[in-house]
Design a protein around this ligand. Sequence first.
Ligand SMILES: Nc1ncnc2c1ncn2[C@@H]1O[C@H](COP(=O)(O)OP(=O)(O)OP(=O)(O)O)[C@@H](O)[C@H]1O
Length: 335
Amino acid sequence: MNSEAPTYEELRNAALAAAAPRTRSEGTAIACDRLVRIFTSAGVEVQALQGLELTVARGDLVALVGASGSGKSTLLNILAGLDVPTAGTASVGGYDLLEMSARDRLRYRRETVGFVWQQTAKNLMPFLTVAQNIALPMQLKGGRRGGAAARRAGRVGELLEALEIGALADRRPGELSGGQQQRVAIAVGMANEPAVLLADEPTGELDSETGAAVFEAFRTVNRELGATVVIVTHDPMVAGEVRRTVAIRDGRTSSEVLRRTVTDEHGTESVSEREYVMLDRTGRVQLPQKFLEALGMEHRVAVDRASDHIEVRRDDAEDPYEGDGAGGGAEPAAP
Ligand SMILES: Nc1ncnc2c1ncn2[C@@H]1O[C@H](COP(=O)(O)OP(=O)(O)OP(=O)(O)O)[C@@H](O)[C@H]1O
């Protein structure tokens, strides 16, 4: 028997650690752990989410990107409380999305999340003015105690100002441009001060200049009103401007780009970005498709552990350590 093989006790402890829910800190707005959503239609099963893991810190502004069919809308619908996952865990603003009662779900959708959809018509009531549209979620939430009407009016005024749509307060949606409608939709989504604002392709129907102005409005609610914002987008402008872009592939989070502003010794600011791939608790990573294609990697790859990194190379690539008595610095992987 191989003396380096893990003992039963070690395997058991590793399995228990992997099965334990991840600890969620106070600063976490969204935590999804091994999220699965299976759709069945006409007897055929589609695994839209296949063990997705995602943590979003409070106050973050995150873009979700991915090919068509990768599971973005499925995830957003779950986070919006419109759909329920098949397995896994998901919590937003302290609500457990799998265990909510119908009553909690209603309250969650009214108070904890706001949404902005791509279709501008889906966001606004056509027969109400802009100010009335913004007040509506607050009226639905209720609150008849003294001063509720004044508080609502105050919040409407605050949002009209923050989103620079005060001049549109008495217009109806049909009298607004697409970009103006989306800015109003952001105000409606923010009316009840949700912990998280979710948006599905909010700039998808807009030209690039208008889309940039709408994206700026998301930045405003993130920065000035403190909302955590998650935007599903195909728009490279949006994906390239946020601090964190998360890519979904085949129903899992596969990679992330993190950007930060760095200042050099002359005081000049520039944005540095770095790509990361997700490592799940079973040790799986999804290597970027472009890397795999560039290096002709498929089916199986050779893996070596160096002292401070792991090397992945094509299965048929020449072994760099062959004939090197010193082992080239690589050490056998620990069990
Ligand atoms: N209600 C449903 N019934 C059956 N299959 C579904 C349903 N909703 C989504 N799917 C399937 O789940 C997978 C993920 O779909 P989803 O809409 O989440 O992808 P997406 O990344 O949002 O795509 P797009 O960018 O085109 O909107 C797809 O294969 C889709 O066909």
